[in-house]
Design a protein around this ligand. Structure first.
Ligand SMILES: Nc1ncnc2c1ncn2[C@@H]1O[C@H](COP(=O)(O)OP(=O)(O)O)[C@@H](O)[C@H]1O
Ligand SMILES: [Mg+2]
Length: 321
């Protein structure tokens, strides 16, 4: 457990939850905005099967800002593509905002993608249309999803660009903006249709560190101001340390989770407490962190002891010594 003085995380957290509750019509409706249970995705190419997700478990509450980390190939993009309705899982449960992503008609899927979710891609070029200005890019999904056009649409587009800190780019085309400005504009585009959930797949992957912080700040603002639930895949350890929850994916499963909570410290200030958890699935399976396994040279089998308030894990080898 480590502590650090980061006061504004707590403020943002409270604000995001209050906004989300206001949107949902009560705090009792915050739980389980996104639910994945035993989620499986198998790709078949030329007779070879790749199991990208193998029984993934994940619950995200309304108003949460969750970071997903994991090695390349661990299944992060597969998860986000499923949650955003672009891809269909092979088995398991995936529900977002009451939509069952396994059993959905084409029509309902289209409505889901237009109105319920927003998406930010890693490639800056994929998020914006090059021949439209920033403001036009933001106004476009509004007219498609909400029928909001004309002056009201332009005004809302300008507001959203201001919110993410690039109001001054309203009349510029993507080619006249930096990578970070484009990605912040992309965040505005992604929330233009007023979605309940925003997914971002390595939105800062092509940016330098300082610019990445600005884009991440835009996501935090959107979460706190609009009460949008956000799941962001990131490689960036700095970004992961700025959110309340970070979930690590390993081999297509959620392996561990870091939670940060704000509390009042001994000297009366606010401090953020960081705690690491292993994820326990319904069958009682969990993954030990690799450093633990290596430190005690654990392999093949371990001995478990149930104590009144915890479980002990011992190396299974050398038992008869
Ligand atoms: N369309 C696809 N066809 C075949 N295999 C795929 C496809 N998409 C992803 N995979 C495989 O699934 C695994 C997980 O990929 P991905 O979700 O992209 O990982 P990440 O985003 O964590 O890097 C990888 O082994 C990848 O090669
Ligand atoms: Mg990926």
């Amino acid at each position: 457990m480590t502590t650090a003085a980061v006061p504004d995380l707590a403020v943002l957290q409270r604000q995001a939850i209050a906004r989300a509750a206001a949107r949902a019509g009560g705090t009792d409706r915050l739980s389980g905005h996104i639910v994945c249970d035993g989620l499986v995705r198998i790709f078949k190419t030329e007779g070879i099967e790749v199991v990208a997700l193998q029984g993934l478990e994940l619950v995200v509450d309304r108003g949460d800002l969750l970071a997903v980390v994991g090695a390349s190939g661990s299944g992060k993009s597969t998860l986000l593509n499923i949650l955003s309705g672009l891809d269909v899982p092979t088995a398991g449960t995936a529900r977002v905002a009451g939509y069952d992503l396994l059993n959905m008609s084409a029509r309902r899927r289209l409505a889901y993608r237009r109105r319920v979710v927003g998406f930010v891609w890693q490639q800056t070029g994929r998020n914006l249309l090059p021949y439209l200005t920033a403001q036009e890019n933001v106004a476009l999904p509004m007219s498609l999803a909400r029928g909001r056009t004309g002056r009201a649409g332009r005004r809302r587009a300008a507001e959203l660009l201001d919110l993410v800190g690039v109001g001054y780019c309203a009349d510029r085309r993507p080619a006249e903006m930096s990578g970070g400005e484009q990605q912040r504009c992309a965040v505005a585009v992604a929330v233009a249709n007023d979605p309940e959930v925003l997914f971002a797949d390595e939105p800062t992957g092509e940016l330098d560190e300082a610019t990445a912080v600005e884009v991440f700040g835009a996501l935090q603002t959107i979460n706190a101001e609009l009460g949008v639930t956000i799941v962001v895949v990131t490689h960036d350890a700095n970004v992961a340390s700025e959110v309340r929850r970070t979930v690590a994916i390993r081999d297509g499963r959620t392996a561990s989770e870091v939670r940060r909570t704000a509390r009042v410290s001994a000297d009366g200030g606010t401090e953020v407490v960081t705690e690491e958890y292993a994820v326990l699935d319904r069958a009682g399976r969990m993954q030990l962190p690799a450093p633990f396994v290596e430190a005690l040279e654990l392999r093949d089998r371990v001995r478990l002891n149930l104590e009144p308030d915890h479980v002990r894990v011992h190396p299974g080898h050398g038992e008869d010594r």
